[in-house]
Design a protein around this ligand. Structure first.
Ligand SMILES: [Zn+2]
Length: 257
């Protein structure tokens, strides 16, 4: 039986983020001691942590995240591994060698930099060449996800006026971009990807995947209906939540599982 795994990063003050956006702030505005309940207020750039780039991020008049069809956020994905050194470009050859991509698949690119999250080296990551972005568009990927802070040239290597060709090519063709994924749980495998985004123009999110290997239509239908009803969801992680012959709903915050 496949398990549901979490591909997203927790949100916290001091978390790694692009130098072009402000720091996230998490403030306690109601406490158990003073108010009898707990409530946090998040001041969060929409491109912080694990998040999705909609066309509006770079494209004038491009679609915003709240307009993205939920169906495009759920479905088959292929995680390919590439072996590219720090600050070097991922080429079409690297992607071709990694696996055959069926049209409509979400392409998840694992560079291995997810293991460096929080370390200095995380910002010295491999990136997509402009040609690789064009290859992804031509391959008709539904979306592309990567385990680095941006698929673009690392910030410290960019000349003034750098035009961000990867974002322009992908978002210009309507290919959504998932950034800051933790792809370790799905390395080199096919899976079903579920991306739960807030229903705003752009936002951090929860990304989960389920390994393929058994009929999962029922589970997918449940997840899709939750997403439709709420615009956002959480998922269990790395457990065996689905009893044989049916679905067992589990407490997603039960840390004992
Ligand atoms: Zn972004």
């Amino acid at each position: 039986m496949g398990t549901v795994v979490d591909l997203s990063r927790p949100l916290y003050e001091g978390m790694p983020h692009a130098t072009t956006i402000p720091e996230p702030r998490l403030e306690s505005v109601r406490t158990m001691h003073d108010h009898g309940l707990r409530c946090m207020q998040l001041t969060l750039p929409t491109h912080c942590g694990t998040h999705l780039d909609a066309p509006s991020h770079f494209i004038q008049d491009g679609g915003t995240l709240d307009a993205v069809a939920v169906q495009s956020l759920i479905g088959p994905a292929l995680c390919v591994e590439v072996n590219v050194p720090a600050n070097n470009a991922i080429t079409p050859h690297d992607l071709r060698a990694a696996g055959e991509l069926a049209p409509g698949t979400a392409l998840l690119i694992r560079t291995g930099w997810d293991a460096l999250y929080g370390a200095d080296g995380y910002m010295h990551h491999p990136y997509l060449s402009a040609e690789a972005a064009e290859w992804i568009v031509a391959a008709k990927a539904r979306l592309v996800g990567i385990d680095v802070v941006t698929p673009e040239l690392p910030g410290h290597l960019r000349p003034p006026g750098y035009p961000c060709p990867v974002h322009m090519t992908l978002l210009g063709a309507g290919v959504l971009i998932l950034e800051n994924l933790d792809l370790r749980p799905v390395t080199g495998s096919a899976c079903n990807l579920f991306v739960g985004v807030l229903r705003v123009s752009g936002a951090a999110l929860r990304a989960t995947a389920r390994a393929q290997g058994r009929a999962i239509g029922e589970v997918d239908a449940l997840i899709a209906s939750i997403a439709r009803a709420t615009g956002f969801t959480v998922a269990t992680r790395d457990t065996a939540p689905f009893a044989a012959g049916g679905i067992t709903v589990v407490n997603p915050f039960d840390q004992t599982r």
